[in-house]
Write a protein that binds this ligand. Structure first.
Ligand code: NAD
Length: 438
């Protein structure tokens, strides 16, 4: 199939590369010239396990190329996957600006191209956005009727950053919201041969499923972290508690997101919880549980700040800066928030994160760091030793094996474990070792 993918961020670049790897002919489109140039040079615009080799291979074979020319992409494809960002507005509502813009551009190009084209939205958006906002824009720009003159579908993405390529080939489920069966068939054929159940549902249901997922992930993390904090205060090993809790086969609870650790963050869970709660408020529906998931998360972050304060030390090393291990994504990272709080309180900080360093070197997140985090950029180092030599206390928020091997038990600076290190149980008796839910 000939596919264009709009937005070469975390979702778009993984979708584009994996579909090209499956034998499709793919054109990636982005307004960022830097991302287009990176892809055309066979390099990845995001740091993710396996994505670098995959993009190099599919660009080399000619299965994937990138452009900033929408017309060229629509002329050269029969289906478009829209993967542009939907960030939070300041009031918590979901911004649809990029979606609206891309719908106008795709609609105008379809009008010029003629023939059948299917537009598939992968971005996360609140129920009603596609049918009430994007379909009217497309119909106006195409000059035709959705489902009759062109196809529309919603196909939410369930990848987890850090393991997104693996998740693409082994998805937990495939959800297809279809306006017309022909559009649903196009989406289904994109993923033919992949495992996991396929659910074909009305478009608003597909949009809502993504919110059910993300709200539940946030709720689970908050639940596990609150339990972890209380149990720790009561002198109980919360991880042992969770092991037994999760082993109850009759409850059949997935352990994902239920291990006490650090606060959650990233570009999805916080903004989707905010968007859902904002939508509930507008609809005059009271949702006290959902409304408090983010404040529970904020409390957890505050506990980490207090752990550092309690050490009485001033020279701090922070290992990890991205929002979770395995990615370079810094958006709404709780480690960035922690670093900023410590920096604001005058701590003398050094930061090491190999994925962030690599991404900075590639140029992928350089602009983000320079424009949004210039105050932290100067604290980032590419040397683990420099951090160790500097720090009286090290805060660990990464599972990077190089970092872990540089922190042998029983030696070195004091350690604050935010993520329950693999050898947490052995370290628990070490003087100078403390953490969140350890
Ligand atoms: P991102 O910010 O990493 O990427 C979005 C890209 O779209 C950017 O590169 C931007 O330059 C580009 N863009 C903006 N306007 C454009 C236009 N008119 N034409 C072409 N490109 C344009 O975002 P992301 O993390 O990949 O997320 C994309 C969507 O998928 C969001 O709605 C998000 O909520 C959802 N989602 C994200 C994840 C995740 O783990 N990141 C998982 C599932 C779903």
């Amino acid at each position: 199939m000939r596919i264009s993918v709009f937005g070469l961020g975390y979702v778009g670049s993984v979708s584009a590369a994996c579909l090209a790897g499956q034998g499709h002919e793919v054109i990636g489109v982005d307004v960022s010239r830097a991302k287009v140039d990176l892809v055309n040079a066979g390099r990845t615009p995001v740091v993710e396990e396996r994505i670098g080799e995959l993009i190099a291979r599919v660009v080399e074979s000619g299965a994937l190329r990138a452009t900033d020319d929408v017309r060229e992409a629509i002329m050269g494809s029969d289906v478009s996957l829209v993967c542009v960002g939907t960030p939070s507005e300041p009031n918590g509502s979901l911004s649809t600006t990029y979606l609206e813009r891309v719908a106008e551009q795709i609609g105008a190009a379809i009008a010029e191209r003629g023939g059948w084209h299917t537009v598939v939205f992968r971005s996360t958006m609140l129920p009603g956005t596609c049918l009430n906002l994007l379909v009217p824009i497309l119909e106006k720009c195409v000059g035709g009727t959705a489902g009759v003159d062109f196809g529309v579908a919603v196909n939410p993405e369930f990848l987890r950053e850090g393991t997104s390529v693996r998740d693409f080939f082994d998805p937990p489920k495939t959800v297809i919201g279809e306006l017309d069966p022909a559009s649903g068939d196009v989406v289904a054929s994109l993923y033919e041969g992949l495992p996991g159940e396929v659910f074909r549902v009305p478009i608003p249901t597909a949009e809502a499923i993504k919110y059910a997922d993300n709200a539940f992930h946030g709720l689970k993390i908050g639940f596990a972290n609150e339990l972890g904090s209380v149990f720790q205060a009561l002198g109980v090993d919360s991880h042992q508690v969770m092991d037994v809790f999760l082993a109850d086969r009759k409850l059949n609870i997935s352990p994902a997101y239920l291990r006490p650790g650090f606060a959650f963050g990233g570009s999805c869970l916080p903004k989707d919880l905010r968007g859902l709660v904002h939508a509930a408020q507008r609809a005059d529906v009271s949702v006290p549980i959902l409304a408090h998931v983010l404040s529970s998360n904020a409390e957890h972050l505050q506990r980490a700040v207090e752990l550092v304060e309690r050490t009485g030390k001033r020279r701090v090393g922070l290992f990890g800066l991205s929002f979770k291990p395995g990615t370079d994504d810094l958006r709404e990272s709780p480690l960035v928030e922690l670093a900023e709080r410590l920096f604001g309180k005058g701590y003398d900080l050094r930061i090491y994160d190999s994925n962030v360093n690599l991404s900075r070197l590639l140029g992928a997140n350089r602009e983000f760091i320079e424009t949004r985090l210039p105050h932290l950029a100067q604290l980032l180092t590419d040397s683990i030793d420099e951090v160790l030599e500097h720090a009286e206390v090290c805060v660990v928020g990464t599972r990077d094996p190089e970092v872990l091997s540089a922190l042998p038990p029983g030696r070195g600076p004091m350690l604050i474990d935010l993520i329950h290190l693999p050898d947490a149980a052995a370290r628990r008796t070490e003087p100078g070792y403390t953490g969140l839910a350890w």
